[in-house]
Ligand binder design. Structure first.
Ligand code: PMP
Length: 422
């Protein structure tokens, strides 16, 4: 494997090689990235999710103070005093763990209240909690869909959805391409018991949103169900922070709503909202729910966070003023950001190697943002992803623009300069 053009995925299955061979070869690849300062993966952060943090990356051999753009704490609620207090109160009252799976006694009052709250908030009949958003997806689709069914996925959906669909039939359509979705739907129309279209609300790498209005029309026409995972939309988009489904006023037109508590809600966990008996079925059939210890009382912080999202738009307003400011400046400076409509803003570079180098040059300039590459995005579509939060300031965003302009002198990353004139 050519280390300069490789990605993690290339090491998943090296034909007819033993586990030791694969692992050793992969380890050599990681050392190669490290030696060039291209691997800022698994760095150590000393300040949690704040916008300015002190980090340690082995290659730099010293601690760095950086502005962080890697957190999904979009509203800054992990740092909110009321949310922190709710967590402290719950731990004081209930202890630090729940120590049993839900069916055998680990379902406590704060789980019950949170499920009720999420059902109301996302306008569904009932809700099931999972310990992560990842398992919400992987477990739910595994429990609901089998060989008689088919999952029709936007190619850009999260890895956990692909994992959940391993036991069923799968067809994909190009990201947000509605003609292709229709072609797939018509080709499978009479072949399967259940056809389920599964999309993200906000897409985690491009920051753009699902065309839910068109998807709903197509689902109706071809008799398909719809599941939406809006991990990145909750708290960020929609008039009252209920995500992409709110934008389309479509909670009654979709079948399953999947969310995470781990991003704008500032906690840890995942959930699925849907019809009463479907959720009841999942509570007994979704293995990662049934056989896994329930979340800790700290999850009570999510209840407080939802209350804040519902009653106080201040954090969302500050976030959006950051988003609009950053997008405008990046575009005016000639960077290619695609068309994000959320707090996820990619600066597209293309080549994997160049993207890793830009990541390193940004770190050297005190900016920490993640290089994103294959298999998370297509091979020639690598980018640096900036996640904005309500805790960023315009001054911090200005620093990014200056750094990118400077780096562009070393590695040309501006792409739309020639096409768009301001
Ligand atoms: N869905 C999407 C679209 C995501 O981006 C993520 C997180 N990266 C998840 C699900 C998983 O959520 P969690 O981090 O809570 O496991």
């Amino acid at each position: 494997i050519d280390f300069n053009n490789a990605s993690f995925k290339d090491f998943e299955n090296i034909e007819s090689k033993t586990i030791d061979y694969k692992a050793n070869h992969f380890s050599d690849y990681l050392d190669h990235l490290h030696s060039q300062g291209k691997l800022n993966y698994r760095l150590t952060s000393f300040d949690g999710c704040k916008s300015e943090i002190n980090i340690q990356i082995p290659y730099f051999k010293k601690n760095l103070n950086v502005i962080s753009f890697v957190s999904n704490d979009y509203l800054g609620l992990t740092q909110n005093e009321e949310v922190k207090q709710a967590v402290i109160d719950a731990i004081t009252k209930f202890g630090t763990g729940s120590a049993a799976s839900p069916a055998i006694g680990g379902h406590f009052i704060y789980h019950e209240e949170l499920e009720k709250k999420l059902s109301l908030f996302f306008k569904g009949e009932d809700t099931i909690l999972f310990n992560t958003g990842y398992t919400a997806n992987s477990s739910t689709f595994q429990a609901l869909l089998n060989k008689e069914d088919i999952a029709i996925l936007d190619m850009a959906v999260h890895a956990s959805i692909y994992e959940g669909c391993q036991l069923t039939n799968v067809k994909t359509f190009l990201h947000n391409n509605m003609e292709m979705l229709e072609r797939v739907l018509s080709s499978v129309q009479y072949k399967y018991r259940t056809k389920m279209i599964i999309v993200d609300g906000v897409y985690s790498q491009d920051g753009d949103i699902a065309k839910l209005d068109e998807i709903i029309i197509l689902a109706k026409k071809y008799g398909a169900m719809i599941a939406v995972d809006d991990a990145h939309g909750i708290g960020v988009v929609g008039k009252t922070g209920r995500g992409v489904v709110e934008i389309f006023d479509a909670f009654d037109k979709i079948d399953l709503f999947v969310g995470t508590l781990s991003k704008a809600i500032g906690n840890l966990g995942g959930f699925v909202v849907g019809k009463k008996n479907v959720i009841r079925y999942l509570k007994f059939q979704a293995k990662q729910h049934l056989f896994s210890t329930t979340s800790t009382p700290a999850i009570a912080g999510a209840l407080k966070a939802l209350e804040i999202i519902e009653n106080n738009t201040l954090y969302k307003d500050v976030l959006w003023s950051n988003i609009n400011y950053f997008k405008k400046n990046l575009t005016q400076n000639g960077f290619d950001i695609g068309s994000p409509s959320s707090a996820v803003i990619p600066v597209k570079i293309g080549d994997i190697n160049n993207t890793l180098i830009v990541g390193k040059l940004l770190l050297e300039r005190g900016i920490h943002a993640n290089p994103i590459m294959y298999p998370a995005v297509a091979k020639k579509d690598a980018r640096i992803r900036f996640n904005l939060t309500a805790n960023h300031s315009p001054t911090q965003l200005d620093k990014v623009i200056s750094a990118l302009n400077e780096i562009n002198q070393i590695i040309p990353i501006k792409k739309i300069n020639d096409r768009v004139k301001y």
